[in-house]
Write a new protein. Sequence first.
Length: 203
Amino acid sequence: MAAHATSSGDAPEEKKPFDLGSLDFPMVFPMQPIDPVNPARVDHVPPPEGAKYGKTIPMLSAYQHEEKGMVFGQKVKYLDEQERQAYEVRIEGGKLLGADGQPFDTRDATVSGEKTGSAIFVMDHDGKLYLSNKAGIADFQHTSFLAGQPVAAAGTIRVENGEIKEITRSSGHYRPAPEFLDQAVAELHARGVPPGFVVSKDV
């Protein structure tokens, strides 16, 4: 019988754990428990040097890989840079204007088909504001705008004919502290939105 020589240097190759995030089809896994006081978040990539807002907040890790269908069983839409432009609002004369140049209005805004009268919004580290009148549990979320990246602010906003009536920090995906809402309010005032709208810090 022939003997097989072995070398002490031939150690078995260490197998890396399979990355579930590499899958690209809808799967459902139990969500990670979310600590209501100090929820776990994905690793934070700080804003680039020279960003208008140096303080941003990352999404909760419980929603990681939602764009692959691994949270809700349906992929959450993540926008690319070109798609994002359709959701950016500008401010003229103290009023919010949509990408079509018309005054933004949220009175018909919905979440999963239910009328809420408020749009979801985020603000990036450069102070750009993105709004959507349609949101859904497993379709379009706060994380959709910036493709899961950290935000300088996130919440809901109520607008009538371009005039802001109320702004909140209500976002389950980011759960921003009140200071992030303050950044959004400061940006709005700096861009000419007059005071007088309701700022709701309680969520």
